[in-house]
Design a protein. Structure first.
Length: 79
């Protein structure tokens, strides 16, 4: 997964799999900031309530942690 900020403050996120399938979406700056704030507010209660089992909750948490790190490095700091 990679994220690139553009000159206008927008961001693009690309997700690629081992099979080579990828998708790309563009966020406005406001959308990227809102997403960063949203994932920052999520915690174990939300992960475990939404997952089928504990292993699934751990995978979701790990994924959200990675997304938070990526967005922070891209300059979209949650409040």
């Amino acid at each position: 997964m990679s994220s690139n900020s553009t000159q206008s403050g927008d961001a693009t996120m690309t997700i690629a799999t081992e099979a080579g399938v990828s998708g790309e979406i563009a966020f406005t700056e406001a959308e990227a900031i809102a997403l960063a704030q949203f994932v920052n507010r999520q915690g174990w209660a939300e992960f475990s309530a939404s997952a089928v089992d504990e292993a699934g909750a751990f995978l979701v948490k790990q994924s959200v942690d990675k997304l938070q790190d990526l967005m922070t490095r891209a300059g979209f700091l949650p409040r």
